[in-house]
Design a protein around this ligand. Structure first.
Ligand code: GAR
Length: 188
């Protein structure tokens, strides 16, 4: 059984989508064993509880530095035997401790066609820029902001004026692609 940790900060629709895909065998031979969340009380923790997934919730301000909480997270992931770390709306830069200990095993989902529109407000930034083709990217995580090697991308043409409709289209594509890529990576 391959084991996944999902990191999220807020809503957690991708967390739940990956968890359900694993439960239903659409990510064969795999289980989500840990939900890491830097905002205790975020809706993703309710979703994790509902699916019986262990939660590691913390507040960065309770630690002297990033090393402090990343060491605890990596220790717990080692104990659980985590194979792959999937960031899904985790709004924090991964530090040296996790990058070193989980080198090549951390991936991120980003709601834009990188290298265009990195950062935390990509959909809004692209919408305000007026692009006509949006998209999503799944990439390896390294020390750069949204800059690691790209694994997969999907383009989403949209010429409408409704940002909510656009967000829904982007999330639907994320929910299709992320489990498919996770399954592919875990098979190799
Ligand atoms: C997703 O759209 C994901 O691509 C984005 O946060 C959202 C989380 O939604 N990630 C980033 O912007 C990373 N820079 P969710 O909590 O419903 O899964």
């Amino acid at each position: 059984m391959r084991k996944i940790a999902v990191f999220a900060s807020g809503n957690g629709s991708n967390f739940e989508n990956i968890t359900v895909a694993a439960e239903q065998g659409r990510i064969p031979g795999c289980k989500v064993v840990l939900c890491v969340c830097d905002r205790p009380g975020a809706f993703v923790t309710e979703r994790a509880a509902r699916h019986g997934v262990e939660i590691f919730a913390f507040r960065a301000k309770d630690f002297a530095n990033k090393l402090g909480f990343e060491k605890l997270i990596a220790d717990r992931m080692d104990e659980l035997g985590v194979d792959l770390v999937c960031l899904a709306g985790y709004m924090r830069i991964i530090g040296d401790e996790l990058l070193t200990r989980y080198s090549g095993r951390i991936i991120n989902l980003h709601p834009a066609l990188l290298p265009a529109f990195p950062g935390a407000h990509s959909i809004r930034d692209a919408f305000e820029y007026g692009v006509k083709v949006y998209g999503i990217t799944i990439h390896y995580v390294d020390e750069t902001l949204d800059g690691g090697r790209i694994i997969a991308q999907r383009a989403i043409p949209y010429e409408g004026e409704d940002m909510t409709e656009l967000e829904d289209m982007i999330h639907a594509e994320e929910h299709r692609l992320y489990p498919e890529i996770i399954a592919r990576l875990l098979q190799n």
